[in-house]
Design a protein around this ligand. Structure first.
Ligand code: NAD
Length: 654
């Protein structure tokens, strides 16, 4: 590679200047406005970008520093114009300039494509002339010959001045919402016809099992390349004024809400979450982006801790560097953006591995960030399943943010420990709720059922065990079962649906095993208890009684619409049973007496506690699981500080 390295913005601005110098010589050199239009053209550009004048102006400054562009102001003219001097600086002849220019603007191409696309730049006589030019450029390390991909007849060539990440839109188009079980969903029209590349991930619709997309996944080498790019881009991103970083994220949030229907449809199609729950999550995630944008500057303001004539002691905050975020699928917007947004605002670069069960959502989120103005190397998607996640957490990143199960989280912690890298773990729970004898039974049964069955029970902070005071045991149980029985299970694209399919096929078997284990140990089934016989991954809303803490259903995370309800004699027994768990994510108490509820909640070794509510997170509050539920803090002010390192300043006037 030549010593000179360009950022993606520099590559685009330089390429646009090179193109216009030959294709529209009358209008050349270009004003800032014409150059911005040339960069943002939607034809002959890959990827299509949306730069504003500030981006173009800043990029021109850096190209001038690298000796690749000049500004001109003719006498009597008010407008400043810009031209490139790549020919002189890089010693390229017109044919070489044409090839490099088109590669900068449109990414890797075959010699045939290059010949056609350089026609207005330079008259290559024959294909061999293009190939000869490419060989000359190879010798000078300006271009490289890429290996042929499956399904491609001709190999492609890429320029080496700038490593531009492939736009995720290359992989993903919006997923059309289809009714499960209909002919449209059974015949997956969106599946590419080309032969599948060898390392791929199939994304299925859990509502009917149909194939939605096939995605090429990243391996160790791809992760290493992305990490190198991220590391190079991070410093420039951190050096930008906070307001510029915030403006890009603000635009991202506006575009996310503007495109809410497409995003919700994509998530519902691949995760199975009812459409109104997908939209609700997106709106909530938008509010979180606003909160982070408003709070990051105050939280990261340097602090003077000692101010004397002979000594000043200060603390300042610097980004950690490159953050890897390995995500879960159940709330892809909350889980992803809780890390990505504060990390970017604090000046980090992010490598984001979406869950294999929410890959299309993850790729679309990263694409939207690029369209909103976050540089392509500063936030990059790393698609794939477990092996890709393992490659990412074993790479030399500075902080790993992981959300997922305790089993995977332990492996991630070990990989991070081997490199002494910082790690944040948001893991599962077995969250209890206690219903006291002073409640309004019907309202409380409704609230508890919502906490159990929302998102088909696939929330990390869903109620997973219910303890009910014996004085209201029967009326509560009757009301609770009636509510669970009335839930509408079915097509997640239907507004009337309460409970959709499970996102993962394996979980159906986990639930069956838990129910069988409980029944074998003396539990009684009041509702449901088995898989629903239809294509996709479905389980009946299930209520078990006569349960105890020896049964898997009361000890291990169910992550589905299955609940055990147990009678208790008093508050002390409730506290003992609630805390009898290796997890410590959340716990809820329902009571009209705040003091009584507080007394119970104070006794529990749990990161978040709820009075008369459940299954919620708040961007203003720290989110920190204890014991097997996690390590570190996300959300709230502490969740912003997670993405910076402190620097201690000891200052003595001479
Ligand atoms: P999972 O552990 O199966 O997978 C999580 C992520 O880890 C996925 O992206 C997966 O591809 C990746 N992965 C798998 N093997 C890996 C390895 N060896 N190294 C690195 N990465 C690897 O969990 P899941 O099914 O995606 O999510 C469900 C779990 O997440 C539940 O336990 C739920 O409670 C938990 N969760 C917790 C929170 C929280 O805030 N505490 C939030 C959402 C979900």
């Amino acid at each position: 590679m030549p010593e000179l390295t360009l950022t993606p913005e520099e590559a685009r601005v330089l390429g646009a200047l090179m193109e216009k110098s030959v294709t529209t010589p009358d209008g050349y050199p270009l004003s800032l406005n014409s150059l911005m239009t040339a960069c943002n053209q939607t034809t002959n550009r890959d990827p299509v970008v949306k730069y504003d004048d500030q981006v173009v102006e800043r990029t021109l400054d850096s190209l001038r520093e690298k000796g690749l562009a000049r500004r001109l102001k003719s006498a009597g003219q008010r407008v400043i114009k810009f031209r490139h001097v790549a020919g002189e600086t890089l010693a390229l002849d017109p044919g070489e300039l044409a090839v490099i220019g088109v590669l900068l603007l449109r990414g890797p191409q075959t010699p045939g494509e290059l010949k056609i696309r350089t026609e207005r730049w330079h008259a290559f006589g024959a294909l061999e002339d293009v190939e000869k030019t490419l060989q000359n450029l190879v010798a000078r390390e300006f271009v490289v010959h890429l290996p042929r991909r499956a399904g491609q007849k001709e190999a492609r060539w890429a320029q080496l001045l700038c490593e531009v990440a492939e736009s995720p839109t290359a992989y993903v188009a919006p997923v059309e919402v289809v009714q499960p079980g209909t002919a449209a969903s059974a015949a997956p029209a969106a599946v590419p016809l080309e032969p599948k590349p060898s390392r791929t991930l199939d994304v299925h619709n859990p509502a009917d099992g149909s194939l939605l997309r096939t995605i090429e996944v990243d391996d160790e080498r791809a992760v290493a390349t992305k990490l190198e790019r991220a590391r190079r881009a991070q410093r420039a991103w951190a050096a930008r004024p906070y307001e510029e970083r915030a403006a890009a994220l603000r635009r991202f949030r506006e575009m996310l809400i503007a495109e809410i229907e497409t995003f919700a449809a994509t998530t519902t199609a691949e995760v199975g979450k009812p459409l109104n729950q997908s939209s609700g999550e997106i709106r909530g995630a938008g509010d979180r982006v606003d909160w982070f944008i408003a709070h990051v500057p105050n939280v990261l303001e340097p602090v003077a801790v000692t101010v004397r004539d002979d000594l000043e002691e200060r603390v300042s905050y610097e980004p950690v560097g490159v953050v890897a975020h390995v995500s879960a699928w159940n709330y892809p917007y909350f889980v992803g953006l809780n890390s990505i947004v504060p990390a970017l605002l604090a000046g980090n670069a992010v490598l984001y591995k979406p869950s294999e069960h929410a890959t299309l959502t993850g790729l679309a989120l990263v694409d939207l960030m690029h369209r909103a103005g976050v540089p392509v190397d500063v936030v990059q998607a790393v698609p794939g399943a477990g092996p890709t996640g393992a490659a990412l957490v074993e790479a030399d990143v500075d902080l790993v943010c992981f959300t997922g199960s305790h089993a995977t989280g332990s492996k991630v912690a070990m990989a991070a420990a081997a490199r002494l890298s910082r790690v944040q773990l948001e893991l599962g729970g077995k969250d209890p709720a206690y219903v006291c004898d002073d409640v309004d039974v019907d309202n409380t049964a409704m609230a508890v059922a919502e906490g159990v069955f929302y998102n088909a029970g696939q929330s990390c902070c869903a109620i997973e065990r219910v303890y009910v005071h014996e004085r209201i045991w029967q009326p509560f149980l009757d009301a609770f079962v009636a509510i669970a029985e009335a839930y509408r299970v079915g097509d997640p694209t239907d507004d009337a649906t309460d409970i959709g399919p499970l996102a993962r096929e394996e979980q159906v078997a986990v639930l069956e095993t838990q129910v069988q284990d409980a029944l074998g140990k003396g539990a009684k089934l009041l509702l449901g208890g088995k898989r629903i016989d239809r294509p996709g991954h479905w389980f009946e809303p299930t209520v078990l009684v006569n349960v105890d803490n020896h049964m898997a259903v009361m000890r291990e995370e169910s992550f589905g619409p299955v609940i055990g309800v147990q009678r208790v004699a008093n508050d002390d027994e409730a506290v003992r049973l609630m805390d009898d768990t290796p997890y410590g994510l959340t716990a809820a108490v329902f009571s009209t007496d705040r003091e009584r509820a507080t007394h119970v909640l104070e006794a529990l070794d749990t990161g978040s506690v709820y009075w008369n509510c459940s299954d919620r997170t708040s961007v203003c509050l720290p989110w920190a699981g204890r014991r097997r539920s996690g390590l570190g803090v996300s959300l709230g002010e502490a969740g912003i500080r997670a993405f910076v390192r402190e620097k201690a300043w000891h200052l003595r006037p001479a």
